[in-house]
Each structure stands twice: as C-alpha cells, then as structure tokens.
Design a protein around this ligand. Structure first.
Ligand SMILES: C[S@@+](CC[C@H](N)C(=O)[O-])C[C@H]1O[C@@H](n2cnc3c(N)ncnc32)[C@H](O)[C@@H]1O
Length: 334
C-alpha cells in the first residue's frame, strides 16, 4: 500500500492526495495522523506507566486530550481527591484548533500548541519541566513516504510540497518537521511515530515509563531495525502488546501494538530484563469490565497487568505471553 501525491494538485490542498490512486483522503485526519485513542487502550497503557499520584506526565501529540483526560482520572483514583495535582499533566499538539479543544476540556492541563520536535526538555521559553515520570500517547500515524512532503507553514500548520532531490538546497526544508539529526538517525524510512520515540526519550527521567500506541509494521521490517536498536540501547522493554481479537482503531485500518518501556541507562540491567510479547485473546472491554468513570477499573488493571508480565511464557484463555530475555533480542530479527 502506498500513498501517492498528485503533484500538480497537492500544494495546500490535502484533498488532492490519493490513496493508491483510488480513494480521496479526508484532509487533516491523515496529514496530521489524527486518531483518538479509545478509553480502554489508554487505560491499559496508563496502568503500566502511571504508578504514583505525584507522577508528572507528558503526551507529546495529545490531540483533544484522550490520554490526559484519562490520566487526570487516574491521578484522582491513585491520590486523595478527584483532582490531579497542579503541573501534573502536559500535552503538546501541533494543530491549533485541536489544542484549543484539549485545553477547554482540560483546564488543569498545560497544553502547548507546538510541533513537538521544536521543543527541548526544560526549555525556558516553553516552560516545559526538565523531565517527566511518564511519557505516553498515540503519535501520529503519518507514513514514511509522507514525511518528506510535510513542512511547517507559519509555525502553525502542516503543508505539502513537491518532493525534492535530497541534494537540492531546499531539501533542508523537509527537515523543518524534525531536526536533521533525528531524520538521519532513522534513515528517513520510518513512520513519524519512530521519531516521536527518539525525541520523546529525552523528556523522560531515568526509571520513568514510556507507553505508546503505534502501528506494528516496524516490528517486522528492515527499516524498523534502527528504532529497535535505539529502544534496546536506552530502555528496558517491558511489554509489547497486540490484540488477536480486535482492531483498536477501526478508522486507521492499521494494526497497532502497545509498547511499554522503562528508561534505563545500565547495560547490564537492560540485558537482564525479560521482555513480554503479549497477544490478547479477549477484547479489552472484557478484560476491564467496568464503565469509564468507575474507580474499580484501577483494581481491574492492577490485577490484569501482573498477568501480562509472567516470569515464564504461558497461554491462558485471556492471553498468550512469550517471555524473552532482552539480551537475546536482535534488532534485525522479526
Ligand atoms: C493519533 S493522534 C492522537 C491524539 C491523542 N493523543 C489521542 O490519543 O487520542 C496524533 C495527534 O498528533 C498531532 N501531531 C501531529 N504531528 C505533530 C507534531 N509534530 N507535534 C505535536 N503534535 C503533532 C496531530 O494533530 C494529532 O492530533
């Protein structure tokens, strides 16, 4: 499957983009990769990543705030009262209209209307804290083929432009979306989510947890190798979770997985870590059987998560879990 740009029409007109020449795409949803995360998916990731009522959390592509809204609820459940502590919730969103909606729904959160790749941890101009306990989210599902065609216009919006040979001086423009160093380190073939892993890692404290919902293609292809190497070099990979029974994002027509990581600078500690490759055999709504506002979800997840992290590979009616030593994982392996 490939995305095709019809060059004559594509300047500034997202509707001119064709999908395999057959299907007109809606505009912002695809160019910005805007897909809202279902509550059950957000809660499963939060169950792994948000562990203390004092945790400070960043969603680097927060959309309308699906994760932040759930995190606010979780912080209330974990702590003493219904409200998250001030300065606990941070979100970044490129699209100004979406960012306004997030800020309106979540007045207690800090929403920065920015391109995440232009931010630095602790950057005084942005007011971002130096490090976070949790980095969580659903980065945009923008395909590799697109990234070279995306640029920031007036610092507000993404636009599309005709492809240029890499040697052309204007090719530097391609990199406005992200620093050249990031682009180079992944070789330009990975989807945008891969760059969110690399840039996001800087914002997490040692021992902090990283949870992302991402398309699962990179696990099986050659261009995923550099991302896998990066993750092996900086994190304990706690779990990679897929569903064998449901698509979490009907709209996206992309199979997704959850990646749960813990930042770890010690090579021996990383090598000793056991990675859990989890396939869920029941829908999430059956595994977390309480309504979104019911605090018993917290208990349900506190019971579910240890079952997803067994010491040995095992198959139950709910899950199939393969346990592999991180030291035995090779980036080139599928
Ligand atoms: C897949 S949506 C996820 C939204 C939300 N986190 C959720 O889980 O429901 C990705 C969001 O990232 C935003 N986005 C795309 N590129 C971005 C960038 N470079 N920096 C910050 N946000 C970006 C899109 O506008 C979109 O709202």
């Amino acid at each position: 499957m490939c995305w095709v740009l019809r060059r004559a029409e594509c300047r500034g007109d997202y509707s001119a983009i064709l999908w395999e020449g057959k299907q007109h795409m809606p505009d912002k949803q695809h160019t910005l990769g805007q897909y809202e995360t279902p509550t059950d998916v957000a809660d499963l990731l939060l169950g792994f990543c948000l562990r203390r009522p004092s945790d400070r959390l960043l969603d680097p592509s927060c959309g309308e705030g699906a994760f932040l809204a759930r995190a606010a609820k979780w912080l209330g459940w974990l702590g003493d009262g219904p409200n998250a502590p001030p300065d606990a919730l941070w979100g970044v969103e490129l699209d100004p209209e979406t960012a306004v909606r997030a800020q309106t729904t979540l007045p207690q959160a800090h929403i920065l209307t920015r391109n995440f790749f232009t931010l630095q941890p602790g950057g005084p101009a942005d007011g971002l804290p130096g490090s976070f306990d949790v980095l969580i989210g659903n980065p945009p599902y923008t395909r590799a083929e697109w990234i070279g065609h995306l640029r920031e216009e007036d610092g507000r919006q993404l636009d599309l432009f005709d492809g240029l040979p890499p040697s052309a001086p204007e090719a530097a423009e391609k990199r406005l979306l992200m620093p050249g160093q990031l682009w180079d380190s992944l070789g330009g073939r990975s989807g945008l989510h891969a760059y969110f892993f690399l840039h996001g890692a800087q914002f997490l404290r040692e021992g902090g947890r990283f949870g992302f919902v991402v398309p699962n293609g990179w696990l099986d292809v050659a261009y995923g190798e550099k991302l896998k190497q990066f993750l092996l070099d900086h994190f304990k990979i706690l779990a990679i979770i897929e569903s064998g029974v449901e698509h979490w994002f009907d709209d996206a027509k992309i199979n997704t997985c959850l990646v749960v990581l813990e930042k770890c600078s010690g090579p021996n500690r990383r090598a000793a870590n056991m990675v859990r490759l989890v396939r869920l055999k029941r829908p999430l709504r059956a595994l977390i059987p309480y309504a979104a506002n019911d605090y018993r979800r917290l208990t349900a997840l506190e019971q579910l998560i240890p079952r997803l992290l067994p010491n040995e590979s095992r198959i139950t009616p709910d899950t199939a879990v393969r346990v592999v030593a991180q030291a035995d994982l090779r980036p080139a392996a599928k």
